[in-house]
Design a binder for this molecule. Structure first.
Ligand code: HEM
Length: 451
């Protein structure tokens, strides 16, 4: 027997006018995790706009796979549109299908094998530049490395240079303000408060730089063969022969830069932190790297052999994953025993799902061994979806995994990273539950430190 939306239980702590926006802005991760106590489908008010959060693995699958045809991207994406426009992550319907087909070849296995060389040499350049005893901000260093790797693989470096600079400058500002902006009532957007001004200025700055890159490339007629910009510039619609507009190209470039950097950088920063805090895991991982690499640079062939690193990365991404994703119904949908009319905003948190005690024993514990084959088989497939699922699944999953594995192996082969006692990294929510700050000290690995 289906019930109407008015019967969906509401999250506690609703305030007049603000709804739950306050809770979501103040303590987003704790708030999102608390919702499963309320039910499988929970009403959360963003200002005066209701959003329905699904909290179980089955329902997330229902929304993203089984009934995906009845959903489009929702409000979160409307709110980041000033930044990424109508790129792959935000576009819907036919535009999404067409652009995804166009961009997909950039992520084919053969391409990733080529990118692996860049990933390995950039990572080696980084570890060669370090000195014993030096303290580095791992979060920042990994952020810059991720941007450099992305720009060298997706955009030819000379074309990408100004874009890289713009991302380096603007991305942290955008990420810091994004979730607050998505959660707060739209009416607040126009208030000239610092978070809004900072977000708008950073978004405009990034778009401007990319526009200049596209215009410059068109003027000079010198696209670099095979890079993402040239693929987009040369693309023609199979039926109409139409090319993409400069605006469409810009939106795709910003989307890739935006989607591909913080995610990977945050995963790497947490991985170094967690490994340093678990000496047993560190010992195993370093022994594996020594055995597989034997002192030579990491290549694409090594990635599947580094199974211990894979388990560490699976566990890091389970614990510190994507915070909040949204959809909107395009027609009437039946979900969790309720009828959702067209236009209903639906959301889910992969972060909260991956810490559900019904799915994971001792869910807050860092335990890479839960991914050993004999234990992994007990975790249902729909319970671990760090890259989403269905037709909106991440296009960059293999790219991210290859990069993270090669960077970890290259760094750990040479250096031991020790945390500084004065700061324990805290989770801060933006697209990912990324670490606020990860200062670590570098010690060269010696045969004794491996024993
Ligand atoms: C650890 C790293 C990463 C994580 C955890 C991650 C996670 C995700 C998730 C969960 C989605 C689905 C969003 C939704 O369903 O609404 C997504 C989409 C997407 N990701 Fe990633 N991502 C990562 C790295 C990357 C990289 C490296 C790139 C590009 C180089 C990338 C590009 C994209 C794009 C373009 C989409 C939109 C796909 C579409 O809607 O067709 N991501 N990502």
């Amino acid at each position: 027997m289906l019930q109407g939306l008015e019967s969906v239980p509401s999250a506690p702590g609703r305030l007049p006018l603000l709804g739950h926006a306050w809770n979501l802005a103040r303590q987003p991760l704790a708030f999102l995790r608390s919702l499963r106590e309320v039910g499988d489908l929970v009403r959360v008010d963003l200002g005066t706009m209701p959003m329905y959060v699904v909290t179980s693995a089955d329902l997330v699958r229902d929304v993203t796979v089984v009934q995906a045809r009845s959903f489009e991207k929702g409000r979160l994406y409307d709110r980041v549109r000033p930044l990424v426009g109508n790129g792959l992550a935000t576009a819907g319907g036919e535009v999404h299908r067409r652009h995804r087909r166009l961009i997909q070849p950039m992520f084919h296995q053969a391409r990733i094998a080529g990118y692996a060389e860049t990933m390995s040499s950039r990572a080696r350049g980084l570890v060669d530049s370090w000195t014993p005893g030096q303290v580095i901000a791992v979060d920042q260093v990994m952020g810059e490395l991720a941007i450099e790797i992305l720009s060298e693989t997706m955009f030819s470096t000379d074309i990408g240079e100004p874009a890289v600079e713009a991302v380096r400058r603007n991305l942290p500002v955008i990420l810091k303000n994004m979730l607050v902006r998505a959660a707060s009532p739209k009416i607040l957007d126009h208030l000239p408060v610092p978070p809004n001004r900072a977000f708008d200025a950073a978004a405009a700055g990034m778009r401007q730089v990319i526009d200049d890159v596209i215009a410059g490339t068109r003027r000079s007629g010198r696209a670099h063969e095979g890079d993402l910009l040239s693929v987009l510039l040369e693309a023609r619609d199979a039926d109409t022969g139409e090319a993409l507009t400069d605006e469409e190209i810009r939106d795709e470039l910003v989307t890739i830069l935006f989607a591909g950097t913080e995610t990977t950088a945050s995963t790497l920063a947490w991985a170094f932190h967690e490994i340093a805090g678990h000496p047993e895991v560190e010992k195993q991982v370093v022994a594996e790297i020594d055995e597989v690499l034997g002192g030579r640079p990491a290549t694409i062939e090594d990635v599947p052999r580094l199974t211990g690193i894979r388990r560490v990365l699976d566990e890091v991404i389970r614990l510190h994953g994507v915070t909040l994703l949204m959809r909107r119904t395009t027609e009437e949908v039946h979900l969790a025993g309720f009828t959702l009319p067209a236009g209903t905003e639906v959301a889910f948190s992969l972060y909260a799902l991956h810490r559900d005690p019904a799915l994971y024993a001792d869910p807050d514990r860092f335990d890479p061994d839960r991914w050993l084959p004999e234990r992994r088989k007990d975790i249902p497939r729909e319970a671990f979806v760090p890259f989403g699922s269905g037709n909106r699944r991440c296009i960059g999953d293999a790219f991210a995994w290859t990069e993270a594995t090669i960077v970890l192996a290259t760094v750990l082969a040479r250096w031991q990273l020790r945390p500084l006692p004065e700061h324990v990294p805290q989770e801060a929510a933006s697209a990912m539950a990324h670490p606020d700050h990860v200062p670590m000290q570098l010690h060269p690995r010696t045969p004794t430190s491996r024993s």
